[in-house]
Design a protein around this ligand. Structure first.
Ligand code: ADP
Length: 191
């Protein structure tokens, strides 16, 4: 991703689970580090998939991050010389993240966010849509549909191997559930 050198901006990598959002975030942050830019990475504490302090992709790639429990903590933990801020799993953050991203970009920082654009129902997820609206650059990534192999744009939630019901909570912590990437045709929600 190439952006302006002399002022701040927001770039977003969004899509369903397994679309390579974390991989893409890590790739961009690693390149910023190669360019000797000071980088800080944040992710909401709710995502304890693999590690409390690392941003980790499904293929095992990782970069060290800081867990936050709300968006305000980003401003509190931000160091004076930070030039690039990465935020993973933005869909789990409170609406305040929209203001934080805008504030950081207005201060001249490069802000790179990654997150789910839709929840398991196929509906816009948390603050992601608003962040997309104020981003300079957006990459909508696709995974591979586990049913047909076409590009997958949606995240299928399965409970005991069956499609989850529409009225189930958006975030299920600790439930016996699984997720897979699916295309529009094969994405199922029980009504
Ligand atoms: P995200 O952050 O979007 O959930 P990750 O960056 O963590 O995605 O993981 C992407 C990796 O997941 C791919 O490079 C691939 O190795 C693996 N993967 C597993 N299942 C799929 C799938 N259905 N489609 C694409 N990649 C998949």
């Amino acid at each position: 991703m190439y952006g302006p050198n002399d002022h701040g901006y927001i770039e977003a990598a969004i899509g369903p689970m397994y679309s390579g959002k974390s991989e893409e975030l890590i790739r961009r942050l690693r390149r910023a580090k190669i360019a000797k830019q000071k980088v800080q990475v944040f992710k909401p504490a709710i995502d304890n998939r693999y590690s409390k302090v690392d941003v980790v992709s499904h293929n095992g790639d990782k970069i060290e991050g800081i867990c936050i429990s709300n968006s305000e903590e980003i401003l509190e933990l931000l160091e004076d010389d930070t030039e690039v801020v990465g935020i993973d799993e933005i869909q789990f953050l409170d609406r305040g993240i929209v203001h934080i991203c805008r504030t950081l970009a207005n201060r001249g920082l490069r802000v790179i966010v990654a997150g789910l654009d839709m929840d398991f129902r196929g509906e816009p997820f948390g603050p992601t849509p608003e962040i997309l609206a104020i981003s300079e650059f957006v990459d909508k990534l696709t995974a591979v549909c586990m049913v047909c192999g076409n590009p997958a744009t949606r995240t299928q939630r399965l409970i005991d191997g069956k499609p989850a019901r529409y009225d189930e909570p958006t975030i299920l912590v600790g439930a016996k559930e699984s997720y897979e990437a699916r295309c529009r045709l094969h994405h199922e929600v029980k009504r």
